[in-house]
Design a protein around this ligand. Structure first.
Ligand SMILES: NC(=O)c1ccc[n+]([C@@H]2O[C@H](COP(=O)([O-])OP(=O)(O)OC[C@H]3O[C@@H](n4cnc5c(N)ncnc54)[C@H](O)[C@@H]3O)[C@@H](O)[C@H]2O)c1
Length: 450
């Protein structure tokens, strides 16, 4: 499609969607939100929704009555009206009943990864704005399908990537924009989180972490579905926490883009070792072969000459760290040692503590909402990701983490799998924007609104 035609059809579709959806047409004070998937993550997001006066939690959906009841308890505790519920009968398609733009303005999807694309596509087709938990789809085709549906319908879509809102990450965004590190050259990030006790448990409702080595139908919460991805897939399975902030620093899709990708994977030892150590060598799951390498290293090249390295490291003992490094011609920041170095300011060849810089470059959003965010999940960033989604929806403003960000960040997974499967080949990265990256301008977090 020619760019002009594409823009025209997007704008036309957006107009049609606004006509159907009063919240978007008028710029409303209050929006009606449905939540599909009231599991461990859905409940954290729900906590952010129920404490807002500008949100009516209109409907909840989950096929696990235990999870659904917990969510209903949260709404009641907050003193909010009981939402409509569907799915308690175990109907895996019940979520479709909620996607009615005359009853809800937006839907938040917090289900297993393999359901995100189909749920987002159906919602966008129903003109219901989508806030989708990290991971836009599983296969590369899923990502194209999600993108094409968004372009066809014009329904807003935001990837709910919360790490972009982390306090230090946002302060570094200010530093990058102020030129503190000079011209950006290289970035690193990743998902380095020992998930062994998340991927295995005893399948007891309410006990999500550890206590057993079951997964699949015998597991509970993420052990029920996430572990299966480690059995079948070898790649960068969770890219957005690492790539999201780096992509914002590098203005990806706004004057820059990913051009190439390759990935390497180590041998797989951690998950098998955990099952043997916790469940014994004779446990049936000790015979399971895991495809996922313990450490997967992905490299991306960018149009403007930067490289970005992501590391996925979830099967070995290690403290949590996303391993950020942002490096330019004048200096660098690394989050593991909470320090930075800036030539001409820092003592030569020495690290300086990050905290005074964080205070000086505090992002306007954090300046305004730090106290409100204090009780939210993940050190406050979960407040901001929901806040931005709701504020953008109310204002009919572009989503701060939009469809191009969502599909490019998330498509790193199938592309990294493809690279590893083909002997670590370097692949060309698809241009999901169809050339629009050349003229689009950065919009993420330029003020204290969203
Ligand atoms: N951004 C973050 O920091 C963060 C943190 C944790 C999880 N997540 C993401 O959130 C999502 C959910 O993860 P989780 O930890 O809550 O997992 P979970 O297993 O605890 O919750 C998923 C819920 O989806 C429900 N579900 C499954 N199939 C369904 C269907 N057909 N219809 C309705 N509900 C269905 C399950 O019953 C379950 O309650 C995943 O994408 C995960 O990667 C993000």
């Amino acid at each position: 499609m020619q760019r002009r035609d594409f823009l025209f059809s997007s704008l036309a579709a957006a107009g049609a969607a606004a006509a159907l959806n009063p919240a978007r047409a008028a710029g409303r004070e209050r929006v009606r939100i449905a939540l599909i998937g009231t599991g461990m993550r859905g409940q954290v997001l729900l906590q952010e929704l129920v404490r807002r006066d500008d949100v009516e939690v209109a409907a909840l959906c989950d096929i696990d009555p235990f999870m659904l009841n917990r969510a209903l308890g949260q709404v009641a505790k907050a003193g909010k009206p009981k939402p409509r519920t569907v799915g308690e009968d175990g109907d895996a398609q019940a979520w479709r009943k909620l996607l009615d733009a005359s009853k809800i303005d937006g839907v938040i999807i917090a289900t297993p990864w393999e359901l995100h694309a189909q749920m987002a596509i159906a919602a966008m087709e129903a003109k219901v704005t989508v806030g989708c938990e990290v991971v836009a789809g599983v296969t590369l085709q899923d990502h194209w399908d999600v993108l094409n549906t968004q372009l066809k319908t014009g329904t807003p879509y935001m990837l709910l990537e919360n790490v972009c809102y982390r306090r230090d990450v946002m302060a570094v965004l200010q530093m990058v924009r102020a030129g503190l590190f000079g011209e950006l050259v290289h970035m690193q990030g990743g998902y380095q989180h020992d998930l062994r006790a998340v991927k295995f448990n005893a399948g007891v409702p309410g006990k999500a972490y550890g206590g057993g080595v079951e997964f699949g139908p015998k597991g509970w919460s993420e052990a029920r579905w996430r572990t299966e991805h480690s059995v079948r897939r070898n790649g960068e399975l969770y890219p957005s926490h690492g790539i999201g902030p780096c992509a914002m620093y590098a203005n990806i899709h706004r004057g820059n883009r990913f051009t190439h990708i390759n990935a390497f994977a180590t041998k797989a030892r951690g998950l098998h070792g955990y099952v043997e150590a916790q469940g014994g060598k004779s446990h049936p799951n000790a015979a399971v072969k895991f495809a996922l390498g313990d450490v997967v290293t992905t490299t991306l090249a960018c149009e403007n000459g930067e490289t970005i390295i992501l590391q996925h490291d979830t099967s070995l003992p290690r403290p949590y760290s996303l391993g950020f490094r942002v490096q330019g011609t004048k200096g660098l920041w690394m989050d593991v040692n909470k320090s930075l170095h800036v030539e001409g300011i820092s003592p030569p060849h020495q690290w300086e503590p990050f905290q005074p810089y964080q205070d000086k470059f505090e992002h306007p959003l954090w300046k305004k909402y730090a106290a409100t965010a204090a009780s939210a999940g993940h050190g406050g960033m979960d407040f901001f990701v929901i806040h931005s989604f709701i504020e953008a929806l109310k204002a009919s403003a572009p989503m701060p983490i939009d469809i191009f960000d969502a599909v490019a960040w998330s498509a790193i997974t199938p592309l990294s799998e493809q690279s590893i499967a083909s002997g670590f080949k370097t692949l060309e990265f698809p241009d999901f924007t169809g050339g629009l990256w050349k003229t689009r301008k950065p919009i993420f977090a330029f003020d204290d609104r969203y």
